[in-house]
Design a protein around this ligand. Structure first.
Ligand code: UDP
Ligand code: MG
Length: 348
């Protein structure tokens, strides 16, 4: 099947690995891999069944054994009922989380459940084009342990959102050796070695893009288009993105903490220079009651800086607090498996 997978020539590829590493990995690939497709779903009643049908048709046409794992992230609509209705004809496993935990945790639950040699992570809303999966799998067969989608542009986003994202990545990667690539998506293929590595990452504050990057292995980014959402609306608003950004920053960077050492240093230096200036000025011109505005500005500015830095400390301490509580990452209320489970190894 290696040669007959369709591969779109319009994709640009960021190649990062040495050829001999890739060849060694490619030689270890199983001949008839089991593909676990992980679909986090929150209020996706309009999308989930068409997506499951599309995926089964696609993977069956490629002769790939597959299981479809829908992680219901506490949906409040008919998502669960819709998935249940196709259980008898599609190889679906439905993992119902006990409440809405958020997409990052839903993906972790999917990774825990996946039995495949590889996992395909894809959204339910058709924003990640399923027709690109074959080319992702082809790159996995060439030896990449993770193949991920990179947005070809961010033109669909507001100028403000793009600017904030740029600042986020600049802060996140400042001085880091192992930089987290920008504009990547959760649309990926992960090899079993990555899945096992991710399962061993115990943190509660999960920023998946950071975790994929942290565990390493061979990887390849492919530029892809992003399609519009088919049904429903996005669950991510400004605040949830802000929360995710705070999780990412505090989990993968100490720059926000260290920044205040720098700011404190600069302010102290400036105040010493200013003190010297005042002394000299007093000697030359004598004293009068000048300086009131300077005083107010200095007090309010320093007050602001202190509050901000205390807030950032609090942000980190809050994260430490959730980690030390050692709570499980999520609870599953129910797992339902379709009788249509994928055939065992060796079958087509
Ligand atoms: N999702 C989820 N839990 C949530 C929010 C979203 O599992 O709390 C799923 C959602 O069903 C979809 C994917 O994550 O499959 C991406 O969500 P969405 O389309 O709302 O985000 P966007 O594409 O706008 O980033
Ligand atoms: Mg979406």
């Amino acid at each position: 099947m290696k040669s007959d997978l369709p591969f779109s020539p319009s994709l640009t590829i960021e190649d990062t690995e040495a050829e001999f590493t890739l060849q060694a990995r490619a030689a270890e690939r199983p001949a008839n891999p089991l593909v676990s497709v992980l679909l986090p779903a929150y209020n996706e009643e309009g999308n989930v069944v068409p997506m499951l049908d599309t995926l089964t048709t696609l993977l069956s046409s490629l002769g790939l054994r597959h299981e479809l794992i829908v992680i219901d992230d506490g949906s409040r609509d008919a998502t669960v009922a819709r998935v249940m209705s196709v259980m008898d004809r599609l190889p679906v496993t439905l993992v119902q989380l006990s409440r809405n935990f958020g997409k990052e945790i839903a993906l972790s639950a999917g990774i825990d459940e996946a039995k495949g040699d590889i996992a395909v992570l894809i959204d339910c809303d058709f924003q990640h084009p399923p027709d690109l999966i074959p080319s992702f799998i082809e790159q996995w067969q060439r030896g990449y342990d993770m193949v991920f989608a990179v947005r070809s542009d961010r033109n669909d986003e507001s100028l403000m959102k793009r600017a904030v994202t740029n600042v986020f990545y600049a802060l996140l990667n400042f001085g880091e050796r192992n930089k987290i690539p920008e504009n990547t998506q959760d649309f990926r293929v992960l090899d079993r070695c990555m899945l096992d590595a991710l399962k061993r990452m115990p943190e509660r504050n999960r920023f998946m893009k950071g975790l994929y990057n942290w565990v390493g292995f061979t990887r390849l980014g492919i530029k892809v288009r992003t399609d519009p959402r088919r049904h429903g609306t996005t669950s991510f608003n400004f605040f949830s993105l802000f929360r995710l950004a705070a999780t990412g920053l505090t989990a993968f960077s100490n720059v926000p903490l260290r920044l205040w050492t720098f700011v404190g240093g600069v302010i102290s230096l400036a105040s010493i220079v200013y003190a010297i200036y005042i002394v000299i000025e007093t000697f030359i011109f004598g004293t009068d009651a000048k300086g009131w505005p300077t005083l107010v500005v200095a007090i309010t500015f320093l007050g602001g800086v202190q509050l901000l830095s205390v807030g950032i400390l609090g942000e980190y301490i809050g994260r430490i607090f959730t980690e030390v509580k050692q709570r499980p990452q999520y609870f599953v209320s129910r797992i339902t498996r379709s009788p249509q489970q994928p055939p065992g190894d060796g079958a087509q």
